[in-house]
Design a protein around this ligand. Sequence first.
Ligand code: FDA
Length: 304
Amino acid sequence: MGLTRDFFIKLSENQTLNSAAKRYGLALGANKVVAGVDIPSTIKAIRVLNDKGITATVDNLGEFVFSKEEATKAKDEIIAMIEAINESGVKAHMSVKLTQIGLDVDESFCYDNIHEIVEKAQQCGNMHINLDTEDYKHTIQTFEILDRLKGEYKNVGTVIQAYLYRATEDIDKYQDVRLRLVKGAYKEPAEIAYQTKEDIDENYIKLIEQRLLNAKAFTSIATHDHNIINHVKQFIEQHHLDKNQMEFQMLYGFRTELQQQIANEGYHFCVYVPFGQDWYGYFMRRLAERPQNLQLVTKSIFTP
Ligand code: FDA
């Protein structure tokens, strides 16, 4: 399992394949997990979700941004999507990866970009902006930028990765910030992160309980793991917690029947909706997480 995960994570980091993939549109089955390549098709996909009682957090796909021009283009696309969500009235907010808007170019330039995004979102019905977390170096920078933004804005939050040993302290620190809790998608060394599925799952449950008991802000539990989801539901019942203070999240196209079932049970449910041409790295990370997702690739090759 480790080997397969490492293999696809390496593929996700390959810039040559990433650039090549952009030229081919949504290939290899990526159309099953990427909502659209442009804003109108993505808004349409969100409406379909909304009609089923499910909201969306929208991600403008983009990797390996190393120039100010590319970062500014990405920032403009994100702002255009915020405006489209606002104008169309769909129930959705945005997720943003700071590397896409210049974190590797210049931190203060990136700060100006995210500041503009959060300000625009506030003007558009106080829309929430989630700062996705990435590999460790960028995650720390993301927290530093959040620390600057959260003094000025309430409509911004981030993601805590349960594989990191430091996650407990971060959950404590961000009690009054809207958080998404995940297991963690990158490969991190044993000095800073749990390595086995058992250890990560155990810490994930511990963090979820810590957060649900102490939070002063909304919480998203983002996982496809039915064992964790069932545990969370039981925990909420046992402790008489308010269902309206939390939601479950899954990625677009994964476990859609389970998504609908959870929404029908009266829980808030939000789907992470990626869109755009730059689907390759996102798709490879999904294959790294779960080798069975390779079925998406084989089906796309063998289905005419
Ligand atoms: P995991 O992959 O550990 O699977 C556990 C079990 O669940 C499996 O053994 C299987 O039984 C079942 N299962 C899982 N997927 C299934 C499927 N498709 N079909 C059937 N059964 C399935 N990471 C990060 O580092 N930063 C971030 O900002 C985010 N953001 C984010 C948002 C959202 C909405 C999600 C869902 C995830 C993220 N992640 C993330 C990714 C996250 O860290 C993690 O890598 C993946 O969610 C995979 O872990 P899971 O908890 O989903 O289950």
